[in-house]
Design a protein around this ligand. Structure first.
Ligand code: HEM
Length: 473
């Protein structure tokens, strides 16, 4: 498809303020929609500096500066107090929040369980969830946000535990929604006080954590009661329980195992779910891109091992979605000791922001940055400049689940577009608190595409039923 010949869809986003926000408005924006904290200049300049209650707050866009913080001197930067407060009740001291030697040991142990060799095993869980979800899809109009959240949670649960914990899905979503609605927004003291000094909300977060961790322990207990009958690992739980530190030979203690399970379930489903949601939103408004993607999927057996490598257009759509709507819109770090980045002096406890949201829309790195144009990620296009595209972060703390996330996003989106034409009449705006969410859950209309006889016979799963069986391609 010659995409340049078409008018490109530019999804609506909040307009950046013309100048840096005054302190009260800045604080409100962090709590209500962090995408509005960066003024227009942030999308043109190499860095921005502001004072925040006596602390230096820096946004870095320059590649060398980002390299310094995330790679060269990464040990001098820890997660911010607000990130720790908001994530710890759900992830405990799992891989996302651990530090120093504990983190190194956890990372070495977990990374192989999510590495390329495990993707075929995880892909089978993904396709099993897809099969079930599409089989129960009967509505002509659908809340695709809820659909993707439930599907991604089911995939996370199955990949972790195989089938045994399916019945806990609703309870997990209820708890996570409760947390997201009431306890995930950072208030002033959450931002300012070190995590060792609890704020009022921290008490409520701790009470929540007890209930959440109890649910995770119940799931682990049930799964542990059904030992693996064979000698091959069935899921992440088998891989995590048998994982040993390559140097010391140590495995995880029960508490560590619980925190890792909670971390992987949380980190692994919310981000992928919103990415899939945003991909649907973009495709619903860009029919030409959708048809172009559907062409690639015609007759393809998505259950075939390694099929993702062939889905170049689908992958480009997922990457362009991650560029326009990065689920992790900003990485926030706090300097442990004073540091110097080029001419920039950073005192102890300075806050450093590296924001995929800003980098992905920066005028120095992208032409027409607001436009939805998957051609940017096709093999013939030049690769994006260094650190201009980093939906999974960078350096030693880069997302450990990136390959799993890409496999899931590509397979789920491909399964959806292969079966249905997606449309929506609603406009959505992104709101960033913990992840980049829509301001409301719009309805989508799904119309079944006609299936060629060849692909019908090759489909290993039955076709989903829908009342909106328009039979169009
Ligand atoms: C589209 C989906 C995803 C996105 C956009 C995403 C994004 C990110 C980003 C940006 C980071 C780095 C954070 C930082 O440096 O501050 C990260 C870390 C992490 N992600 Fe993901 N992620 C996704 C899916 C997943 C999945 C599927 C899993 C696990 C199954 C996962 C597990 C983790 C963990 C455990 C970390 C912490 C790694 C460490 O600190 O060593 N993520 N993710």
């Amino acid at each position: 498809m010659d995409m340049a010949a078409h008018g490109l869809f530019v999804p609506p986003v909040p307009t950046p303020p013309p100048a840096p926000l005054p302190m009260r408005a800045f604080l409100r924006a962090i709590r209500e929609n962090a995408l509005t904290i960066w003024p227009e200049a942030a999308y043109h300049d190499e860095f921005m500096v502001r004072q925040f209650f006596g602390r230096k707050n820096v946004l870095l866009n320059a590649p060398d500066a980002i390299h310094h913080v995330l790679v060269d001197n990464h040990a001098n930067y820890r997660r911010s107090p607000a990130s720790i407060r908001i994530l710890r009740p759900i992830t405990g001291n799992g891989l996302l929040l651990s530090m120093g030697d504990t983190w190194r040991l956890q990372r070495r142990t977990i990374a192989p369980a999510l590495g390329p060799r495990v993707i075929p095993l995880l892909s089978r869980h993904i396709m099993a969830s897809v099969h079930d979800a599409f089989n129960t899809l009967v509505q002509p109009e659908l809340d695709l946000l809820a659909f993707m959240q439930n599907l991604a949670l089911d995939i996370a649960g199955r990949s972790m535990f195989s089938l045994e914990t399916k019945q806990y899905g609703a309870a997990m979503r209820r708890l996570l929604t409760e947390f997201g609605d009431h306890l995930a927004r950072p208030y002033l003291f959450d931002l300012l006080l070190p995590p060792s000094i609890p704020t009022v909300r921290d008490w409520r977060r701790a009470l929540f954590s007890k209930r959440w961790m109890h649910l995770i322990e119940t799931m682990i207990q049930q799964r542990a009661n059904t030992p693996n009958p064979g000698d091959k690992p069935r899921d992440l739980f088998d891989l995590l329980t048998s994982a040993r530190d390559p140097e010391t030979g140590a495995g995880f203690s029960p508490g560590e195992l619980r925190d890792q399970v909670a971390t992987l379930i949380l980190a692994g489903h919310e981000t992928t779910a919103v990415t899939l949601f945003w991909a649907c939103t973009l495709l619903a408004q860009a029919n030409d891109v959708q048809s172009w993607m559907a062409e690639e999927l015609r007759g393809v057996d998505l259950t075939e091992e390694g099929v993702q490598a062939k889905l170049i257009r689908t992958r480009a759509v997922v990457n362009e979605t991650l560029r326009l709507f990065p689920a992790a819109f900003t990485l926030v770090r706090e300097a442990i000791l004073p540091d110097r980045i080029g001419d920039l002096q950073l005192p102890r406890r300075a806050v450093v922001m590296i924001a995929p949201w800003v980098l992905h829309r920066h005028h120095a790195f992208w032409t027409d940055p607001g436009a939805f144009n998957p051609a940017r990620f096709m093999p013939e296009a030049p690769p994006p400049p260094r650190f201009a595209f980093m939906p999974f972060g960078a350096g030693p703390r880069i997302c450990v689940g990136a390959q799993f996330a890409m496999a899931e996003a590509v397979l789920v989106l491909a399964s959806l577009v292969q079966r249905f034409r997606i449309a929506s009449r609603e406009t959505v705006m992104p709101v960033a608190i913990v992840t980049t969410q829509p301001d409301h859950a719009p309805l989508f209309q799904l119309t079944r595409r006609s299936v060629s006889p060849e692909s019908r016979t090759r489909m290993s799963s039955p076709e989903p039923r829908t009342q909106a069986d328009g039979g169009q391609s």
